[in-house]
Design a protein around this ligand. Structure first.
Ligand code: P6P
Length: 278
């Protein structure tokens, strides 16, 4: 069940982290989103596929790093994995990690079909955040083992930080207006790996966004692998999410690698965002 998946991801993530040195080189390949793949991306992807599909409850494995879904013979849960979110941070030795969504329907699926979501953050220490059955739990991961450090993680009421992706000249005018106001109220925290930036929002309160851009109206982040799981975690922690109009969990799934504008954080900041984009 979910506990087996969480424990397997924690153990595998430790192995992935240990294997990062020496894998900072780019392979010749690209992922389905047209992004260059690091040797580390492929290494992590193969490990997660192997370990997760070996679990009896896992029916399929989908990854941001591969076009097709891999099916197992049995099981009823469908996992969507971003094996190394923010892998471009490997070159500069900044935080990154793994995102996992566990859906009870075949992919592409609505975020409302998530039964659990998690990320493993490779920061100064390795932590794991898991949303399941209405609660968010934070763990420290040591030698592949999980130790609970926060039993019911909730978003702080008073927002402190913000982080907005993309380039300012590429933001639509209505998002620029929203950003100009938020920048007067909060502190900038943007590090180029969504889970590290979202972890700051969950810790201090605030908002993270990778908005729609003029050059790419659907933004950069993938709904199945990034938007849905992170929205599930933030909403379970008492926050909100939006594609600009609605909760990310309500966005219609049309294709496995579809992109979506991502905004997550304190409810008041997300409400203001939706008003600004109206
Ligand atoms: P940019 C990492 O590549 C990622 O998918 C997210 O983790 C992160 O928030 C975003 O893209 C960073 O994008 O354009 O700032 O490099």
């Amino acid at each position: 069940m979910i506990e087996d998946i969480v424990e397997t991801v924690a153990a595998t993530a430790s192995e992935v982290r240990e294997g990062l040195p020496g894998r900072r080189v780019y392979d010749d390949a690209e992922n389905p989103s047209g992004e260059k793949q690091l040797a580390a991306d492929c290494y992590a992807d193969e490990l997660y596929e192997q370990r997760l599909l070996a679990l009896p409850d896992v029916k399929s494995y989908a990854s941001e790093e591969r076009e097709e879904i891999v099916e197992a013979d049995a099981g009823h849960l469908h996992v969507a994995c971003d094996p190394l979110d923010g892998s471009s941070n490997l070159k500069s030795n900044n935080a990154m990690g793994t995102i996992l969504g566990v859906y009870e329907e075949p992919l592409p699926a609505s975020g409302n079909a998530l039964v659990a979501s998690a990320y493993v953050l490779f920061g100064p220490i390795t932590t794991m955040v898991v949303a399941h059955e209405g609660t968010v739990t934070e763990y420290v991961v040591e030698d592949g083992e999980l130790r609970v450090v926060t039993e019911e993680l909730t978003l702080p009421d008073d927002p402190v930080v913000y982080g907005f992706g993309g380039r300012v000249p590429d933001w639509p005018a209505d998002f620029i207006d929203y950003a100009n106001v938020v920048e007067q109220e909060l502190k900038l925290r943007y590090g180029g790996a969504m889970i590290a930036d979202v972890n700051q929002v969950l810790t201090y309160g605030g908002v993270f966004a990778y908005p729609a851009l003029q050059s790419r109206p659907q933004g950069k982040l993938r709904l199945q692998f990034e938007g849905n799981p992170i929205a599930h975690i933030v909403e379970t922690a008492g926050g909100a999410s939006s594609d600009g109009n609605q909760s990310l969990l309500d966005v219609d799934p049309t294709e496995l690698h579809q992109r979506v504008p991502v905004h997550v954080g304190n409810e008041s900041l997300i409400e203001r965002l939706e008003l600004a984009l109206d």
